[in-house]
Design a protein around this ligand. Structure first.
Ligand code: AR6
Length: 164
């Protein structure tokens, strides 16, 4: 599996699937969630309504609509409450369940934002460590390419440092 780290707006990427750091309503919000809904168009919200929400750590898949990506995988990450409330296990589950859905839908490439590290306040280095470890341990045949999409230069540094 090829791992790539880029600094970009995830809505611009041409991966088969992009992952949305959603909330458990799946009805949109700010941050990367807001950006994905704006770029995909109102059909995305309509598609998300059908799920009646999604528990933290699980994932749901929709078409990408107006995005370059074929699919959006929506996963609510954990809110950081100090690290003693199962946050690490839940964050790992977000990555695993997203990879599983991507594989089940034949995606050869998937792009992740830094789930939970914005509004949900998960410490960036710890979250990146979980993201990289979970992807490296993934043993299914697909996806072949995983892109970590960092929004800021500071996030890019965190991932590049860990990938060394
Ligand atoms: N492309 C890539 N990454 C982005 C983009 C973008 N266009 N925009 C922001 N990021 P956050 P969370 C980065 O807050 O912490 C929403 O309201 C951002 O810099 O979007 O999981 C949801 O509806 C940060 O590194 O998600 C939930 O209510 C990362 O994406 C809540 O926020 C995640 O930041 C979820 O919080």
């Amino acid at each position: 599996m090829k791992i790539q780290i880029v600094q970009d707006d995830i809505t611009r990427l041409r991966a088969d699937a992009i992952v949305n750091a959603a909330n458990s309503s799946l009805l949109g919000g700010g941050g990367v969630d807001g950006a994905i809904h704006r770029a995909a168009g109102p059909e995305l919200l309509e598609a998300c309504r059908k799920f009646n929400g999604c528990p933290t750590g699980e994932a749901r898949i929709t078409p990408g609509f107006r995005l370059a990506a074929r699919f959006v995988i929506h996963t609510p990450g954990p809110v950081w409450h100090g690290g003693t409330h199962g946050e690490a296990e839940l964050l790992e589950a977000c990555y695993r369940n997203s990879l599983r859905l991507a594989a089940a839908n034949g995606c050869r490439s998937i792009a992740f934002p830094a789930i939970s590290t914005g509004v949900y306040r998960y410490p960036k280095a710890e979250a990146a460590q979980i993201a990289l470890r979970t992807v490296r341990q993934w043993r299914e045949p697909l996806p072949e390419e995983v892109i970590f999409c960092c929004f800021s230069a500071a996030d890019l540094d965190v991932y590049q440092e860990l990938l060394k």
